[in-house]
Each structure stands twice: as structure tokens, then as C-alpha cells.
Design a protein around this ligand. Structure first.
Ligand SMILES: [Zn+2]
Length: 299
């Protein structure tokens, strides 16, 4: 079934955005808030209120509401198993609870899957069926579409942010040590920038002024590239889509990053058939991805 109208909430670590799409066309109107509004004792009421006010403001009666969020979901795709960014969501059947308040069917999806589905139907992954997506932002998110559908584990998989690297003992938000995410995410960049006395947004432009920083950023990009090469060697996707705020930063060495990935792919395959694209839609990928979520779940 193709839904006539959808409302989508895209919840990130810092910001939360709500938008809508009608007959597959994403509307430009957006409601935004800080994710902090959900870090309260009753996050269900807070989220339902934000969604309801978007519905009222734009006179919407959507067929479905889709919520994308940075969490691990149980196999029923409704129970939130873990939510390091917004711990108040853990243990909740969030779709059922929010949907009950709105009186609308409400579906949950992991944010990376929602964004990757959107990029695959309207952005950088357009035209491909087997797509690996890796997003480097505040954290590291990854997902894999196989035949256009998200690969799901038991119940979680493609947790590329939590593969072990380096063995320096850094603690990850998940509680383990030495996860990629402890070395190659937005928090790492903020710490490096603070140490060098630079604004984080200029860190890739001005590293030449700080020899130690230059080496640390080279290690940072190498860790990202090794992780992506690992995933490509494991999964053999048709195309690898890279997104998130970090590759979009001024001066980020995109060509060097892709070069290191390519250098570490097994030859002749997947090395010779490796294709890479950049995510192009930002958060609005979720508006396109939500359409695909509903189509796939409602058949
Ligand atoms: Zn971890």
C-alpha cells in the first residue's frame, strides 16, 4: 500500500525535526525542537504533543506517523531496547504509546535505516538495491539494504560504530571499550579542537598549524576508512553511501578517506567493483525513507 500522507519525526542526538509528505512529495514545512524536550520523565507525552501540534498547524490527518530515532529496537520494531542518547525512551513500546495518543498508526525505525532508505529512493543511493550506508556524526551509524530492504540481525546488526579498534582503552557510550565510536565521532573532534584551541568547525582547515593535531586527524580519518573497508569486505554492497555531519565539514579529506577505503578492499573483488556515493538529502532523507518503511511493512 502506498500511503497518501505521512508525518515523520526525525530524532537526532541534539535536534528533533518533524515534517510531512503527501503522495510521495516531501513538503517544505518543518517543525524543529531540541532533543532535550524528550529527556523528561514522560517522553511519550512530550513527543505526542510535538507531533500533534505539527498536525494541527498544517491541518494534517496522515495515514501513518513514522518516527526515526537513534536506538536499538526489538524484533517487533516497537520496543526500544537501548537508547544511549535519550535513556528515558528505553523499555517503552514507543510507537504503540505515541500512536495511541495521536489516534494514528505509528511506526518506529532506526534513524540510520530511515535515512538510508530515503537516500536509496531519492538521494545518493538512487538506483541501487544492495546499499551499505555509513553515517559519521555525533555517533557512528550504519545500515545495510539487501534487495532494497533493511538487513536486520537478532535483533541488531551492522553496528559498525561498535567494532573494536586501537586497544587504547577508551570508553564508548555503549559501555564497552575501544569501539570505533570512541575514536572517530563528533565527540572526538570536539575534544581534539578544544585541545588545540580551535573552533571545531575549522579543525580540518587549520590542522597544519598544529603538528600533533594533524597526526590525530589522520588517525581519525584512517579509523573511519578502515571500518568502512571492513564492512565492504564483509557485505559486498553494490554501492557504499557515506553521510553524516563529519564528511560535510569544511576541509574534510574526502578523497583521502575514499582512497584508504579502496586500498584495503580485497582484490579483485570487492575492490574492482567498489562504488561510493555521498549522502545528499540530510535529515529530509527521512521523509522519503518513511514512505518506503510504510510500503514495506504494510505490503
Ligand atoms: Zn560501543
Amino acid at each position: 500500500m502506498i500511503p497518501a500522507s505521512l508525518v515523520v519525526a526525525d530524532i537526532g542526538g541534539t535536534h528533533l525535526r518533524i515534517g510531512h509528505a503527501t503522495r510521495g512529495e516531501a513538503a517544505p514545512e518543518t517543525s524543529a525542537a531540541r532533543t532535550d524536550v524528550l529527556r523528561v520523565p514522560d517522553p511519550v507525552a512530550a513527543l505526542a504533543e510535538l507531533l500533534d501540534s505539527h498536525l494541527r498547524r498544517h491541518h494534517l490527518k496522515p495515514d501513518a506517523v513514522v518516527i526515526g530515532l537513534p536506538v536499538s529496537l526489538a524484533r517487533d520494531l516497537d520496543l526500544v531496547l537501548s537508547s544511549p542518547n535519550v535513556p528515558q525512551l528505553e523499555g517503552l513500546r514507543l510507537g504503540e504509546l505515541v500512536g495511541g495518543r495521536l489516534g494514528r498508526p505509528t511506526l518506529l525505525e532506526r534513524d540510520v535505516i530511515l535515512h538510508l532508505l530515503g537516500e536509496a529512493c531519492a538521494g545518493g543511493g538512487l538506483g541501487f538495491q544492495d546499499v551499505l550506508g555509513v553515517f559519521f556524526g555525533t555517533g557512528v551509524g550504519a545500515a545495510y539494504l539487501e534487495g532494497g530492504r533493511p538487513h536486520r540481525g537478532h535483533p541488531v546488526s551492522v553496528e559498525l560504530g561498535h567494532i573494536p579498534v586501537r586497544a587504547e582503552g577508551r570508553r564508548c557510550v555503549c559501555g564497552n571499550t575501544d569501539c570505533l565510536e570512541a575514536y572517530a565521532c563528533g565527540h572526538t573532534l570536539r575534544d581534539l579542537a578544544a585541545g588545540a584551541g580551535l573552533p571545531v568547525g575549522e579543525i580540518f582547515l587549520r590542522h597544519a598549524e598544529h603538528p600533533a593535531l594533524k597526526g590525530a586527524l589522520a588517525d581519525f580519518v584512517r579509523d573511519q576508512a578502515y571500518a568502512v573497508a571492513t564492512a565492504v569486505n564483509l557485505l559486498g554492497p553494490e554501492v557504499t553511501l557515506i553521510g553524516g555531519g563529519i564528511p560535510d565539514m569544511p576541509g574534510y579529506p574526502r578523497a583521502a578517506f575514499v582512497g584508504v577505503v579502496r586500498e584495503h578492499l580485497r582484490r579483485p573483488q570487492p575492490h574492482d567493483s567498489f562504488q561510493q556515493r555521498w549522502a545528499s538529502l540530510g535529515w529530509r532523507a527521512s521523509l522519503h525513507g518513511a514512505q518506503r518503511v510504510v510500503e514495506q511493512r504494510w505490503g
